[in-house]
Design a protein around this ligand. Structure first.
Ligand code: G4P
Length: 534
């Protein structure tokens, strides 16, 4: 059977996991892969991460701090569907990277720690999903530990996120008294079998049976059964029944309870992703300057770069651009053109991120992500297509929260520094500003940790010993509006002007107050916190 965009794209489920650090994202990722049959034993995702880390020194930082800095994609096939799990870094310093990754996701799994509910980072990431109308499935994790009251957790989802929670299952107890959960639609009870930690979870838990058999099977005592029945009745009045439409529109979230670590509820979650998460959607774009919509089943191969990852091998300066395909049937060796530069590239060695290992992709479809190794031709936000005329809306850059001046200890290496900084900025992890006056470089980042990672990479990958110093500037804003007005403003504020890596004009303010002050005096100039490359 030949595979075509019309048969393949609808099978794709491309999603990301959003959570606060420690809620269990890594554990859940691993157990989703286990449930999908693409790894055989728990511990492999982490183990693979460890291997990768030993290969690259700068990753030591992430190891020491126990956070995940880099992100990648894991693809696996299960039950007739192709799942693309986009891994996002959890630490808040890397939120810009996470935001961009979410632009490539068609759905998100929101993982909550059952004892903590909605935490600050969950909320931030949720807001990005809402902005982009990404439908969300909620997984309430760590039910094997003492949890908050389940009703209170759902109330929190409703009040803090203005999202209708619709439980698909209801748990019986938590912690030592966690017995399992009831599937509300079918009345089946899924028992939770506690095993010693470290044992194999592949066999899963006992098969479900109708709730009225739960006592005879020894899963629940009579009191627990009565309580679960009563609560289930209450739920009918308290929460709206699950409606796919409402979920896809971003108004409703189906809720599943479980324990990622104990491989409980994970199969049900995977099932829900397969059943409810959307296949890749039609995307608004322009073609040769005219507005159009790109449908995943269209013949022309199109896509956009949402992330550029440095090759972890310091001996190669290659970078891997992550391309989210939006339409067509991509085949290895195909030629694609970059819309804004007109450059053509032959994609001879695309990488598909199969969970088990990296493999060369022979073909890929709308919804899939492929990695394209290149020497800096591809940038975050680039649109690629066969004709080279399709353009997707750019991915935003966010104004950095910290600005620092960077200097290289050996002045003879200043030229090298420029190249290295540009190269790192092109990956989209940090931003680079060049003030109009003087020869300094100003680096912008969302968090302090990025400077540490950067210093480490400059030393290890480029042999540059650098010092970061406080910058005279505190805030950067891109200028927008009428070109003549911008020029006039820039002429009068030359000492506070600079350019970014794309030569866009940037105002470098000493404080937020100063930005407000000039913005008031120059109402025709826009001081922008985000920039979209065109
Ligand atoms: P993250 O990626 O969201 O930051 O979380 P991660 O999966 O690393 O999980 C954070 C901690 O929570 C880990 O424990 C993990 O084992 C634990 N955890 C995850 N899911 C569950 C669950 O369902 N039940 C219980 N009881 N614990 C869970 P750790 O001690 O910090 O790490 P480790 O030494 O176990 O690796």
């Amino acid at each position: 059977m030949s595979n075509t965009p019309a048969t393949e794209a609808p099978r794709r489920r491309t999603f990301a996991i959003i959570s606060h650090p420690d809620a269990g994202k890594t554990t859940l990722t691993e157990h989703l892969l286990l449930a999908g049959g693409s790894i055989r034993a728990a511990g492999q995702v982490r183990a693979r991460g460890e291997n990768r880390r030993t290969r690259s020194d700068w990753m030591k930082i992430e190891k020491e701090r126990g956070i995940s800095v880099s992100s990648s994609v894991m693809t696996f096939e299960h039950d007739g569907k192709v799942f693309n799990l986009l891994d996002t870094p959890g630490h808040e310093d890397f939120s810009e990277d996470t935001y961009r990754t979410l632009t490539a996701a068609d759905a998100a799994i929101m993982v909550l720690d059952a004892a903590k509910g909605i935490e600050p980072q969950t909320l931030k990431l949720f807001e990005v999903c809402r902005l982009r109308d990404i439908p969300i499935i909620t997984f309430i994790n760590k039910m094997d530990r003492e949890a908050e009251d389940s009703l209170a957790l759902l109330d929190e989802v409703a009040s803090k996120l203005q999202l209708d929670p619709s439980p698909l299952y209801w748990p019986a107890g938590s912690g030592n008294r966690f017995r399992g959960m009831l599937e509300l639609k079918t009345g089946l009870f899924y028992p939770f079998t506690r095993r010693e930690s470290g044992s194999e979870y592949d066999q899963g838990h006992e098969a479900p049976a109708p709730l009225d058999q739960a006592v005879t099977k020894g899963w629940l005592d009579q009191g627990e059964l009565d309580e679960l029945r009563d609560t289930a009745e209450l739920l009918e009045g308290g929460f709206k029944a699950f409606e796919v439409e409402s979920f896809l529109e971003g108004h409703m979230t189906p809720v599943i309870f479980g324990s990622a670590l104990r491989h409980y509820g994970v199969n049900q979650l995977l099932q829900a992703i397969g059943d409810f998460a959307p296949a890749p959607k039609t995307v608004a774009a322009s073609k040769a300057g005219t507005d159009t919509a790109v449908d995943p089943t269209d013949k022309e191969v199109t896509g956009f770069v949402f992330k550029v990852q440095a090759n972890m091998d310091p001996n190669h300066r290659d970078r891997i651009a992550m391309l989210k395909l939006t339409s067509g049937k991509f085949q290895r060796g195909m030629k694609l053109k970059v819309q804004n530069t007109g450059k053509q590239l032959s994609v001879n060695a695309p990488i598909m991120f199969f969970a088990s290992d990296r493999e060369l992709a022979e073909d890929a479809f709308g919804g899939d992500v492929i990695g394209i190794p290149n020497h800096g031709v591809l940038r975050v936000g680039d649109s690629l297509s066969e004709s080279g005329t399709v353009r997707f809306q750019g991915l935003p850059n966010f104004a950095p929260e910290i600005l620092q001046r960077v200097r290289v200890k050996d002045p003879l290496k200043a030229k090298h520094l420029k190249k290295a900084l540009e190269s790192l900025a092109e990956e989209g992890v940090t931003q680079l500003f060049r003030p109009s006056i003087g020869s300094d470089f100003i680096v912008g980042a969302v968090g302090q940790l990025q400077f540490e990672v950067m210093a480490d990479r400059l030393a290890n990958e480029y042999g540059l010993d650098v010092i970061f110093e406080p910058s005279p500037y505190a805030e950067a804003r891109w200028l927008g509006g009428d070109a003549a007005k911008i020029e006039d403003f820039a002429g009068k504020h030359r000492s506070a002007m600079g350019t970014d890596i794309d030569e866009f004009p940037v105002f470098l303010g000493k404080s937020a107050w100063e930005i407000g002050y000039v913005a008031e005096r120059y109402p025709d100039v826009k001081f922008l916190r985000t920039k979209e490359r065109g």
